[in-house]
Design a protein around this ligand. Structure first.
Ligand SMILES: CCCCCCCC(=O)SCCNC(=O)CCNC(=O)[C@H](O)C(C)(C)COP(=O)(O)OP(=O)(O)OC[C@H]1O[C@@H](n2cnc3c(N)ncnc32)[C@H](O)[C@@H]1OP(=O)(O)O
Length: 461
């Protein structure tokens, strides 16, 4: 399946994306030029001609392609485009790229390759977003309040110098997480601590529970973006949030079962089954839910271990122990960055197999997504061995997607690269893995596959 033929209910934005993949080359639909008042330059002059055009004009969704063009430059004029935004902690993220305008003075990022010497090079229409990098080392772009957008600032600077040239134009654009009409509903039902996102309209929607990785709290970014594509999506917290346990020494599957039941009883969630989207620790929890609980129709696991990790998982009279790790197997790189990729025991061999999730019990369709360079979880090995394990047991309900050059963080499309961060268990500076450009492609492809997977298996009923 071609990545770009996936979004059945593709909204307008994905049709624009399709045009970009040269499947159907079409001119970028130019919106009316942003009326950017002449920008006062260093010498007090205004450069009236240069104009930045975004498409969509002033606001787009975070996972949506964005058309960027600059008009009114001189023929083949050399300019540097600088993109920046601040996260909710005020930390600055920046990317810059060098370009040369076309003979007619137009610079369309969908057609003009970035030249060497910037944050990226080559024909990368979205490079100024996925190449954003934090001023503060090892800082991740996370969205805690999905009701507000990131405000992207774009500047056009004269020349290709290392020092910024004369400012020729600037403009702002909002990257939002909620499409108009999508409702955000805090959920405090029974023990459940979550947020439900509902698309506009009263019809029941296919339901998905999104479970994020270790770190505690309530991460809503994937769930909000998923809701924009027509799913009723529950972002589920499971520790270190409000009155949930702060430092768990085990997790109980009954809590997650309560979330499944909450979704299935909701008037706006279409049954008979729901989907699960799990990232990292959320991946192993989602697979365990599919193995032990009913009414799970489809599970997409992003770099999710196929064994229980970090804390034992209890369900009724069963307890699955956490996968054994030997921290002594950690590798230390010269700048004291740690690589934990080899510390886990093999869950397909004793004694690690006591933590293996009985995947063969799952009736759900399983989509195992792995970054080939994941240094937190040996995702590629886990996914390929799980595929063989299930095939050997006559199960045909699993597919795997392995992304060369992607590490542990496979975030929604156009997210900045986060290759080194805090290990979520050992809380030390650890390599997460991945390579910038490959990662930027993996994000898009994986997200489209996830959307197609849920549309296929949750809408076919
Ligand atoms: C044995 C191996 C098996 C492992 C299997 C499973 C492994 C995983 O689940 S890995 C997945 C990690 N989790 C995720 O990606 C989910 C998203 N969450 C996160 O990325 C983090 O929780 C993150 C960055 C949002 C921190 O947010 P939050 O919990 O609000 O941070 P906060 O409580 O303020 O601070 C906690 C730490 O995170 C740091 N932190 C906070 N925000 C950020 C940020 N944006 N970027 C980087 N670090 C951050 C803080 O500096 C603090 O560091 P330290 O403990 O060294 O002082």
């Amino acid at each position: 399946m071609n990545a770009f033929t996936v979004c059945r209910q593709g909204s307008r934005c994905w049709q624009r994306w399709l045009s970009w993949t040269s499947l159907a080359p079409q001119p970028l639909q130019h919106c009316s030029p942003l009326q950017i008042p002449g920008v006062p330059t260093a010498r007090g002059l205004t450069s009236k001609a240069t104009a930045i055009r975004f498409s969509p004009a002033s606001r787009s969704l975070f996972d949506e392609p964005l058309g960027i063009a600059v008009q009114g430059l001189g023929p083949r004029q050399e300019v540097t485009l600088r993109a920046s935004l601040r996260d909710e902690a005020g930390e600055l993220f920046e990317a810059r790229a060098r370009y040369r305008a076309a003979d007619d003075g137009e610079l369309d990022l969908a057609r003009c390759p970035a030249l060497p010497g910037g944050s990226f090079s080559g024909l990368e229409p979205m490079g100024l977003l996925w190449a954003l990098q934090p001023r503060k080392a090892f800082w991740r772009l996370v969205k805690k309040d999905v009701q507000t957008p990131f405000r992207l600032q774009l500047e056009v600077l004269e020349g290709h110098g290392d020092d910024p040239g004369r400012l020729l134009a600037q403009a702002q654009h909002e990257r939002a997480f909620l499409r108009d009409g999508v409702r955000r509903v805090p959920v405090r039902e029974g023990r459940i601590r979550a947020t439900l996102f509902l698309p506009p309209g009263q019809t029941p929607f296919p339901g998905v529970i999104n479970i994020d990785g270790l770190g505690g709290g309530l991460c809503e970014h994937r769930a909000s973006l998923l809701a924009n594509h027509g799913f009723a999506t529950l972002a589920l917290a499971y520790y270190q949030y409000e009155d949930l346990i702060q430092k768990p020494d085990k997790l109980h599957l009954e809590y997650f079962e309560e979330a499944v039941n909450y979704m299935l009883q909701h008037t706006q969630v279409k049954g008979p089954g729901i989907g699960l989207l799990g990232y990292s620790k959320g991946g192993d929890l989602s697979l365990a839910m599919a193995a032990f609980l009913k009414n799970i129709t489809a599970v997409a696991s992003i770099n999710g271990p196929v064994a229980i990790t970090a804390f034992p998982l209890c369900y009724k009279d069963k307890t699955i122990p956490a996968l054994l790790c030997d921290e002594k197997r950690v590798k230390v790189y010269d700048d004291n960055i740690l690589d934990y990729s080899d510390i886990c025991f093999d869950p397909f061999k004793a004694p690690g197999n006591q933590s293996l999730i009985p995947l063969e019990k799952a009736e759900a369709h399983l989509l195992l997504i792995a970054g080939q360079d994941d240094r937190i979880v040996n995702s590629k090995y886990f996914a390929t061995e799980a595929f063989k394990y299930l095939q050997a047991r006559g199960k045909e309900n699993v597919q795997t997607l392995i992304y060369p050059g992607a590490g542990h963080c496979i975030d929604p499309p156009f997210s900045p690269f986060y290759p080194i961060g805090n290990h979520p268990i050992f809380h030390k500076r650890a390599v997460l893995g991945g390579e910038l450009t490959a990662y930027s492609k993996a994000q898009v492809h994986a997200w489209l596959q996830i959307l197609a997977f849920f549309h296929k298996h949750l809408n076919d009923k």
